[in-house]
Design a binder for this molecule. Structure first.
Ligand code: ADP
Ligand code: MG
Length: 260
């Protein structure tokens, strides 16, 4: 397993996936995934329900352990080719900390204030002192437009606000990569824009991101690359405008026709 892909300008990719496979029992969910994401690029991942998008994102964050293949993120490499991970817990934690994940249903801690949700990771995992963590959390809440809600409880927030807290919480761990799994799918249509605006701002600031999304216009406008997945394979990958506007594969065309 050589993981040697280079980007066009010769820089090492931020994310590289080689030969990734994952089954749940007899169900082959990821069949042979290869992808390479340059530093600072935004990838939108699209495809039908059940095609393996969440499993792929969860694999990048080791929430789901692949059966085979290799993942490199920011120079940290995980080899699953032995069929299991032989890393120490500390190395696993370090690898996982390289990626921040945002889920469809926010997954905030309901019994904690907004600012405590953002501080808890840095304090408990990164062992930051509370004053430093609080200062950083305050800054991140301002960045997502929620400075005024620091002391609120999640239940007092709208879905869009909760999702922006979830983004601030992920950023607090200083990840090199952000992963968004249908971050706007659970939101009222009126609240989608405020979350997409935060994601767009991260893109403009050079964050490397993979977004699973059904927002095709957003994917076309903000992503550099679009990946179409179906049935555990990457069926098409290319420039975002090309894949959305002029897909090469019949399967991609067919999928996109449901969004027009
Ligand atoms: P997508 O995000 O593209 O909708 P998923 O990665 O969630 O697809 O799921 C792909 C397939 O894997 C689906 O058939 C799903 O039911 C199955 N699957 C996902 N997670 C598990 C699991 N933990 N156990 C068993 N099957 C799973
Ligand atoms: Mg999914």
């Amino acid at each position: 397993m050589t993981g040697k892909a280079q980007t066009a300008n010769g820089a090492d990719p931020m994310i590289e996936v080689v030969g990734l496979k994952k089954s749940f029992g007899a169900l082959h969910v990821l069949k042979d995934i290869n992808l390479s994401v340059p530093r600072g690029h935004v990838v939108a991942m699209i495809g039908p329900s059940g095609s393996g998008k969440s499993t792929l994102l969860r694999s990048l964050n080791l929430l789901s352990l692949p059966d085979a293949g290799c993942i490199t993120i920011g120079g940290h490499r995980m080899d699953f080719s032995m069929g299991r991970v032989s890393m120490r817990d500390r190395d696993l934690a370090a690898f996982r900390a390289g990626t921040g994940m945002v889920f469809q249903n926010f997954n905030l801690f309901p019994h904690m204030s907004v600012i405590d949700n953002v501080m808890i990771g840095p304090v408990s995992v990164l062992k930051q002192d509370k004053a430093t963590a609080r200062a950083q959390a305050t800054e991140l809440l301002a960045k997502v437009g929620l400075a005024a809600r620091a002391d609120a409880r999640p239940e007092q927030l709208s879905g869009g606000q909760k999702q922006r807290v979830a983004i601030a919480r992920a950023l607090a761990m200083k990840p090199e990569v952000m992963l968004f799994d249908e971050a706007t799918s659970a939101l009222d249509p009126a609240l989608v824009g405020e979350v997409l605006a935060v994601i767009r701002q991260l893109a403009e600031q050079g964050m490397t991101m993979i977004l699973v999304t059904h927002e095709m216009a957003f994917a076309r406008d903000v992503a550099d690359t679009v990946i179409f997945m179906q049935d555990g394979f990457v069926v098409e990958t290319g420039d975002a405008r090309q894949v959305i506007n002029e897909p090469r594969e019949a399967a991609t065309r067919d999928f996109l026709s449901h969004f027009h």
